[in-house]
Write a protein that binds this ligand. Structure first.
Ligand code: ADP
Ligand code: MG
Length: 598
């Protein structure tokens, strides 16, 4: 007996729906993108119960003919591409012809649509892929589509949904990603009869202001400078935040050809341009729009994927870096930068512990009390070692650096009184003169040692979060995060996968000093990805170092006791004169040298 048979369409569609429509937010995204593809200039979104009961999109776009309205719900039915080559010339948001077919497989769908040239429109009702009603109906030009009872026939999916609050947050996040790049279109979003957004058509800058100003009272966009660069390869324009307005919860958006994208590498380019201007745990906001030849990017990928592959990423990295630097420089917001060290095409991302970590110069949080958590750390640091094996070999072994000799130091901790020099250094007299200690690097060495021990012992100290953070990732990042999950756990991060693309962060390392855990994690991920190594040991070192730098940067001022404590920890390391990535931690100026100066 033959046993292979074709799945009925309804089943195939349900399977496909699992990929395309994961939650109300992805459904809404598909609907709105269709409206945009149809040339709508006004799009109304009506949502009930975070999209569980109703997602409705009303547009004034092209509308559909009677036949097209019916066809639209078939799989691989699309008006947007005709042949494979079209895939490389895409300017529309959708193209796979899968969304509507997927949606109608898992919901009750009602469409009311009319084209300009038709006198009467079409009403179509579909449930679980079956057309239950099709008739002529009077309606305005455009399309009005209702998606009701999402996942009514897929209990597993329904159970998978989070609280309304979380689903709504996802929905709004996707909404932001669309409306920010379509400012010329008027949008409204109504949830449970409450108007959440009413966004008139305008410029990009106005749209940014519409979305983000209200929380900041004054004009949000005044915190930004414009960037603009045209080249054969790419046109880039947008707005980057002035360093002084950087914060712990930055708005960071990248778009290409009218679509939101994640791009850790370009993100890195932007951050690199800020080097030296930001407080340790401060991150800049930015809205950057790329325009490239559609043939030079690859969007023919998974529909929910926001990662986009560019042909000339390294060149674009350089162009972007230069554009942001210029913009920041032009407005005199960035100090003179060292152009030689960074920004060479082949290297900027692959180095650990770039400058960005070491400048807690700007301490603008006068009310922030660093001692609160810092004392906690200092009380507990020895406990962190408890039960951990003493390392046989030095953990903070400095990497070799050409042409730089390794200064030898006596191992005892200096007993003189340590004094802070600004926020960056500690000065302390010792037997032979004075010793200058780079604070952040010193602390990074200490933490690195702790973290490596934790990883090696496969046990770590965690601080449970009362309100877990949600870490949204793109599909390409997920496998990396999954393979790092255990090591991250030893470092103190407890991650739990919530959905294919998101994790909740339930616990964090106790040394974070109130820094944004998601920002730290993003950073770690970027660093580890940049090392490009598949050797676990390398990853672990890179993880430990990245976290050590992040955590070390969090503290603004130190008491004498804390300085002593830090020195004590530092001088007990097997290797403490340089950071694991080879930067100088200590500088000794001998009495002779001092004498010579006089
Ligand atoms: P895709 O967008 O990938 O083509 P969809 O399943 O999302 O696939 O939509 C199928 C087709 O239905 C589209 O190609 C388009 O012709 C038509 N369509 C969908 N939504 C609208 C709309 N709001 N207005 C006009 N036409 C639409
Ligand atoms: Mg579509």
């Amino acid at each position: 007996m033959d046993i292979i048979r074709l799945l009925p369409d309804s089943v195939a569609n349900q399977i496909a729906a699992g990929e395309v429509i994961q939650r109300p937010a992805s459904c809404l995204k598909e609907l709105v993108e269709n409206s945009l593809d149809a040339g709508a200039t006004h799009i109304q979104v009506i949502v009930r119960d975070a999209g569980r009961t109703l997602l409705q999109v009303i547009d004034n776009g092209s509308g559909m003919s009677e036949t097209d309205a019916r066809m639209a719900f078939e799989r691989h039915a699309t008006s947007k591409i005709k042949e494979a080559a079209d895939l490389f010339r895409l300017r529309t948001m959708g193209f796979r012809g899968e969304a509507l077919a997927s949606i109608c497989a898992v919901a009750h769908v009602e469409v009311l649509t009319r084209r300009q040239e038709d006198e009467i429109g079409t009403l179509l009702e579909i449930a679980g892929s079956d057309v239950v009603r099709q008739e002529l109906a009077a309606c305005p030009v455009g399309t009005n589509i209702k998606v009701k009872n999402l996942f009514y026939n897929v209990p597993v999916r329904r159970k998978f949904l989070k609280t309304d609050q979380t689903e709504l947050r996802n929905l709004i996040q996707d909404f932001y990603r669309i409306v920010l790049v379509w400012p010329q279109v008027q949008f409204t979003l109504v949830h449970n009869d409450e108007i959440l957004f009413d966004l008139p058509a305008g410029t990009e800058k106005q749209r940014i202001g519409q979305l983000f100003s209200r929380s900041l009272k004054q004009d949000y966009t005044s915190h930004f400078v414009d960037i603009k660069v045209e080249s054969e390869l790419v046109s880039i324009h947008g707005f980057v935040g002035k360093p002084e307005s950087a914060g712990k919860q930055p708005q960071q958006y990248l778009f290409v050809n009218g679509r939101y994208m994640r791009h850790p590498y370009f993100h890195k380019a932007i951050l690199t341009a800020y080097a030296g201007t930001l407080g340790a745990d401060m991150n800049p906001s930015y809205f950057v729009y790329f325009d490239v030849d559609p043939e030079s990017i690859d969007v023919n990928i998974h529909p929910t994927k926001t990662e986009i592959k560019f042909q000339d990423e390294q060149m674009i990295f350089q162009i972007l870096l230069a554009a942001v630097r210029e913009a920041l420089g032009k407005f005199n917001v960035s100090p003179s930068l060292d152009f030689d060290v960074e920004g060479r095409p082949d290297m900027p991302v692959s180095r650990l512990g770039e400058q960005k970590y070491e400048m807690p110069r700007i301490s603008n949080e006068s009310h922030y009390n660093p001692f609160h958590s810092a004392t906690q750390v200092s009380k507990d640091w020895q406990k962190l070692y408890e039960g951990l094996p003493k390392s046989q070999e030095p953990i903070a072994e400095p990497m070799e650096r050409e042409g730089r000799e390794q200064t030898l130091f006596t191992v005892e901790t200096p007993t003189g009184t340590p004094t802070a020099v600004g926020n960056r250094y500690i000065v302390v007299p010792d037997k032979e003169g004075i010793l200058l200690i780079h604070r952040v690097r010193a602390r990074a060495c200490v933490l690195y040692d702790i973290y490596m021990r934790q990883i090696r012992a496969q046990q770590g100290v965690r601080e449970q979060l009362l309100f877990p953070d949600i870490w949204d990732l793109n599909a390409e990042q997920v496998p990396t995060v999954l393979s790092l999950k255990d090591d991250l756990r030893y470092l103190g991060f407890e991650l739990e996968q919530l959905s294919p693309l998101s994790f909740s962060v339930n616990a964090v390392p106790p040394q974070l000093n109130g820094q944004n855990a998601l920002a730290v994690l993003q950073n770690i991920l970027a660093e580890v990805t940049a090392t490009g190594s598949s050797v676990r040991e390398e990853w672990q070192k890179s993880l430990a170092l990245s976290l050590a730098y992040s955590a070390a940067g969090g503290q603004q001022t130190m008491t004498e006791g804390q300085m002593r404590e830090l020195m004590d920890q530092l001088f007990h390391l097997n290797s403490f004169t340089r950071t694991p990535d080879g930067k100088m931690v200590l500088l000794r100026i001998s009495e002779d040298e001092i004498a010579r100066k006089f």
